[in-house]
Ligand binder design. Structure first.
Ligand code: Q46
Ligand code: ZN
Ligand code: ZN
Length: 364
């Protein structure tokens, strides 16, 4: 979708509307006025929710929304409450990541909380520093220390703040949803994010990620609560404009670590392609999930050996293919790294000598 520069154009909504058009949807080349643009976005979200059976009102289902204070989750909350004002039990979970730069975590938590309060949505917060002794700033400080200390091996093994952050969020949102009997978890992932991660997975030839279904997860494990992405086919620009026209508050500042993420550069490439191939992003994402994903999924499933079938992690009790799940493995590894820094350089980056001693002992 692109903003229309020539404001003299009329809305093309079934030729019935005589308002000035404000946007053109690239894949249908439809120019729409503000009201019909908002309705168009809501209609497309509703269609996907129903087609994929993401959640249903009046069936006693409990939906957990992953709230971040960013535009995607703020718009998601607004659209869901517009489409399903009642008869759907909704709560929100905010993960406090401990990002201090620009007051990022504090401000985003406040915006998310206020927005939920506006709709009477119960709001929960989970603080990763309290639960695991590490937050995202600690991880960033660890990376900076690797650089200064010329610990090349450790620096190369460091996956990046966003990768660790994503795993904290995924693991904890699912754990919370399971422990509190939610029937689905909704996240604000948009088309631009999805197309970008698709391209990234192509380039990395990551069969496991490429085999995953798009807008709704399909795990058969009772421990994994279905994850749904109602904004899957709504672009980032559409979401920004939806927020603008509906006066939806969101944190305008970007997370300081987003800029360093290599995936962010791929997003720039896709947006450039979109400039000269209008509608490319949605066509390529739709096409992939319709034609290629089923083939890749079949090929990937045939590679899984019987002994890789699902067990429960010996440490946290969550489902895993090994003895210990990847989240617990990562926790062990990270705590080991922080201890190494402490022992070699006498720098107690996460204060684990005092505050988190019990947590560390549990992990080791
Ligand atoms: S919050 Fe976390 Fe994002 Fe910040 S560290 Fe990266 S993943 S950019 S959505
Ligand atoms: Zn119109
Ligand atoms: Zn585990």
């Amino acid at each position: 979708m692109e903003p229309i520069r020539n404001m003299g154009r009329k809305c093309k909504f079934f030729e019935k509307c005589h308002q000035s058009a404000v946007f053109r949807i690239p894949h249908s080349n439809l120019a729409l006025c503000k009201q019909h643009f908002l309705e168009n976005v809501e209609k497309r979200v509703k269609k996907l929710v129903e087609k994929k059976h993401m959640f249903h009102p009046n069936r006693g289902e409990k939906l957990l929304i992953a709230a971040s204070g960013g535009k995607d989750s703020q718009v998601l909350i607004s659209i869901i409450k517009t489409l399903y004002p009642e008869n759907l039990d909704i709560e929100a979970l905010y993960i406090e990541l401990g990002i201090k730069s620009d007051n990022y975590s504090v401000d985003s938590g406040k915006i998310a909380k206020d927005w939920c309060k506006n709709f009477d949505i119960p709001f929960h917060t989970l603080n990763i520093k309290k639960d695991y002794g590490i937050n995202i700033d600690d991880l960033h400080n660890l990376r900076e220390l690797y650089k200064k200390s010329h610990w090349q091996y450790d620096l190369q093994a460091f996956r990046g703040e966003c990768s660790y952050c994503g795993s904290y969020k995924r693991y904890n949102i699912n754990k919370f949803a399971y422990e509190h009997s939610f029937t689905a978890v909704a996240t604000g992932h948009n088309l631009t994010d999805e197309a970008t991660s698709l391209l990234n997975n192509f380039l990395n030839q990551n069969l496991m990620f490429l085999s995953r279904p798009g807008p709704k997860s399909n795990s058969k494990s009772k421990f994994l609560i279905p994850r749904v992405k109602p904004l899957f086919f709504i672009s980032e620009l559409e979401i920004t404009m939806y927020a603008y026209y509906k006066n939806i508050p969101y944190l305008p500042t970007e997370c300081p670590y987003a800029r360093q993420s290599p995936v962010n550069k791929l997003k720039g490439v896709l947006l450039e392609i979109e400039e000269y191939r209008k509608g490319n992003m949605i066509a390529y994402t739709r096409g992939f999930y319709k034609k290629l994903q089923p083939v890749i999924n079949k090929a990937y499933q045939s590679q899984i050996k019987p002994e890789q079938s699902e067990h429960l992690c010996s440490q946290c009790g969550r489902p895993t293919f090994g003895k210990i799940c990847s989240f617990c493995k990562t926790q062990r590894y990270l705590h080991k790294q922080f201890r190494k820094v402490d022992e070699k350089l006498h720098i107690d980056l996460i204060h684990h000598r005092n505050n988190n001693k019990q947590n560390i002992q549990e992990i080791h």
